[in-house]
Ligand binder design. Structure first.
Ligand SMILES: [Zn+2]
Length: 222
């Protein structure tokens, strides 16, 4: 295998592969810090730190694009909060209902002793006056629930649609674009004499500052 030749000085002696040059211009280390959390325990956290020389910073590989987040994640998160709220509110609602029930029972029971009203037994009148608002309230809650549910469903479907479109763009364009740029980055060589980059076989030098642009748009002349 022949050594890559610099397109500027036509020599091979000062050539370094960018992958190794980047690695030697980048330092990674772990830093640990000790602190006290809210429970009074001593906790040690480790942070991964990186530092680049100015050349290392310029020779950074193309950054991998983040895949779009599935909307189900957010809905699932919301659902979890809802379940959590219900687990707190439901026992309260049940205990309130439990406290009211004997009161209502007592009222209806007491009304059996009252005389009939306009031909209707008093206990029936009392039951109806108590039950009607409750039925109304129940219906309102039910309708509101169904309405909210359908709203949420159409919203979710819309979000899913945009997500599918975004994901398609990501899988079809953004990700392969990055893969190509990364593959080109791995082929890059650097000439220490001229301080320029080149890809063997392309016979064209690339300024360090133009690297990112060139990786993504190899066709444009810089
Ligand atoms: Zn050179």
């Amino acid at each position: 295998m022949s050594l890559p030749v610099c397109p500027t000085c036509k020599q091979t002696d000062q050539i370094q592969k960018v992958t190794s040059l980047y690695a030697s211009n980048t330092k990674e280390w772990k830093e640990s810090s000790t602190g006290i959390d809210s429970w009074g325990n001593t906790v040690t956290t480790e942070h991964l730190r990186t530092a680049h020389t100015s050349l290392g910073l310029k020779l950074k590989p193309p950054e991998e694009p983040a895949s779009p987040t599935h909307p189900g994640l957010w809905y699932g998160f919301g659902g979890l909060i809802l379940v959590f709220l219900c687990s707190i509110l439901c026992p309260i609602a049940l205990s309130v209902a439990g406290a009211i029930a004997p009161l209502i029972g007592g009222l209806i029971g007491a009304s059996t002793l009252l005389p009939d009203l306009a031909g209707m037994p008093a206990w029936l009148v009392t039951s109806l006056t108590l039950a009607l608002p409750m039925i109304c309230f129940g219906v309102v809650v039910l309708v509101a629930g169904v309405w909210l549910g359908s709203k949420l469903k159409s919203r979710f479907e819309k979000d899913m649609k945009t997500h599918r479109e975004k994901k398609l763009v990501f899988e079809r364009d953004e990700f392969p674009r990055w893969q190509r740029a990364k593959a080109r980055w791995e082929q890059l060589h650097y000439c220490l004499r001229d301080e320029t980059l080149f890809i063997p076989g392309e016979n064209k030098n690339i300024a360090v500052d133009e690297m990112q642009n060139h990786l993504y748009n190899p066709m444009t002349r810089s």
